[in-house]
Write a protein that binds this ligand. Structure first.
Ligand code: GDP
Ligand code: GDP
Length: 438
């Protein structure tokens, strides 16, 4: 089962961003270093007592007229209901209970999703508790007092969140069928690709046990092998209006990518690669998933002998953080090259789970060090002692050195290239941790 999703819902100014930042902590900094990745804090990975979850801020409410706030709150609550395992419904003890709170509470209650009623800005528990009791009137359970800015009560609140997670959440899904998410902007052809794949092969649309939310999983059998496609496009038909909201499509992408082994990032050939494509691709990259860039509608453009090279150049530039990703030029309309996608998916999954023996890795490193001297600073030179692979999906390596400060990003990149020269690892990112050994 994949990582659980927790969503924060609430009126403007109740303190959603403050709580989000308190929970997201320094993790955001890592995200910021990835070019093309959204800087808007829509989602973050949170770790509490060794349990991990994805936190989403359904945000996006403009404090305008009262009517607009209510309709936007409903929209926001619906997004949370669609995508989250647990909903944090946030209110403000200083503003007290307001009418729109009650309406949203009704909506959340009807969804039968686990909801935790959070009352924020209880900066002084002793003095302010009487004011908290008023929130029992919402009829969605015990109010949980916190102060997001003073960081009071947050631990108790998180304990309540964790209690709702299904058993085994955050662990690997049990079946070993490849899970493939198809993501991309609206209208790039995600549904068409899925339909094509379904049309040719035997398909069971299934309710796969353990999947939460309403992602639509489609089983496709190709050459006797089963694949599970996580179809974000399917969701759109149900939520036509919300598709217009970029925030919603990012949340959907995050939850689909989270559950996938390989992500097909679909790009419209007729339109070319855009910044929005980069944002979406960044989500897969950040999570260390296998990535295949699928340039669709290849039938729709004029081609000459330079076209493919020009497209590749453009893609490598805009998606510069994905040099390892494979690119495929397909057409959902004609079916061109779509069957080849399966081979590519297989290859990427193999690379994601490839393990390289420590001895071989150290030979590569020794040779690399001999060919290019490690960096030095103030007379002290970097020494590399030892490299070993500690994980797969994505392949993750630890390098032991004399002084972490001396290990430049560019030298890590150099070693990565050497490892890639030897083993390819096409389609998957590689992670490196640098540790000191005195
Ligand atoms: P959002 O619109 O729901 O995201 O709300 P913000 O996080 O932007 O917070 C709105 C205002 O409430 C800001 O001025 C915060 O500093 C303030 N605020 C947030 N949490 C607390 C709290 O626990 N106590 C107090 N007194 N103020 C808070
Ligand atoms: P989605 O929003 O990403 O699921 O996109 P759709 O699958 O709904 O496709 C959007 C539009 O692009 C539709 O009008 C499709 O007919 C068209 N389309 C999809 N794939 C292709 C293709 O390979 N070639 C051409 N010419 N049009 C396509």
């Amino acid at each position: 089962m994949s990582k659980p999703v927790v969503a924060i819902v609430g009126r403007p100014n109740v303190g959603k961003s403050t709580l989000f930042n308190a929970l997201a902590g320094e993790k955001i900094a890592i995200v910021k270093d990835t070019p093309g990745v959204t800087r808007d804090r829509i989602y973050a990975e949170v770790n509490w007592l060794d349990k991990e979850f994805t936190l989403i801020d359904t945000g996006g409410i403009e404090p305008d007229s009262r009517d607009v706030i209510l309709s936007q709150m409903r929209e926001q609550a619906q997004i949370a209901i669609d995508t989250a395992d647990v909903i944090l419904f946030m209110t403000d003890v200083k503003q007290g209970l307001v009418d729109s709170d009650s309406k949203v509470a009704d909506m959340l209650r009807r969804s039968h999703k686990p909801v935790i009623l959070v009352v924020n800005k209880v900066d002084n528990f002793n003095k302010m508790m009487p004011d908290v009791y008023e929130f029992y009137n919402l009829g969605i359970g015990d109010p949980v007092p916190i102060s997001a800015s003073e960081r009071i009560g947050i631990g108790d609140m998180l304990d309540k969140v964790l209690a709702y997670f299904p058993e085994g959440a955050g662990q690997e899904e049990e079946d070993d069928r490849p899970r493939v998410a198809i993501v991309g902007k609206p209208n790039v052809g995600k549904s068409s690709i899925i339909n094509r794949l379904i049309g040719k092969d035997r398909v069971i649309v299934s309710d796969i046990a353990g999947t939460t939310r309403d992602a639509i999983d489609t089983e496709v059998v190709h050459n006797g092998k089963e694949y599970v496609f996580i179809d974000t496009a399917g969701l759109r038909r149900k939520n036509k209006i919300k598709e217009e909201l970029e925030r919603y499509s990012i949340i959907r992408t995050v939850t689909a990518v989270e559950r996938a082994d390989v992500v097909l990032v679909v790009i419209d050939a007729a339109e070319g690669v855009t910044e929005q494509d980069a944002k979406i691709a960044g989500i897969a990259h950040e999570r260390g998933k296998g990535v295949i860039i699928v340039v669709n509608k290849w039938d729709a453009i004029e081609k000459n002998d330079k076209t493919t090279r020009e497209y590749e150049h453009q893609i490598r530039m805009v998606l510069s953080f994905l040099p390892y990703a494979e690119i495929m030029y397909v057409s959902a309309l004609t079916g061109q090259r779509l069957p080849k996608l399966f081979d590519m998916i297989d290859t990427v999954i193999e690379n994601q789970t490839l393990r390289v023996a420590t001895g071989v890795l150290n030979e590569i490193m020794t040779e690399a060090v001999a060919m290019q001297q490690p960096p030095s600073d103030k007379g002290k030179r970097l020494k590399l002692y030892y490299i070993t692979q500690v994980a797969v999906k994505p392949p993750t390596f630890v390098i032991f050195v004399n002084d972490k400060e001396l290990m430049h990003f560019s030298y890590t990149r150099y070693l990565e290239n050497k490892i890639r020269e030897a083993f390819g690892f096409r389609g998957t990112s590689l992670k490196f941790f640098i540790r000191e050994r005195k």
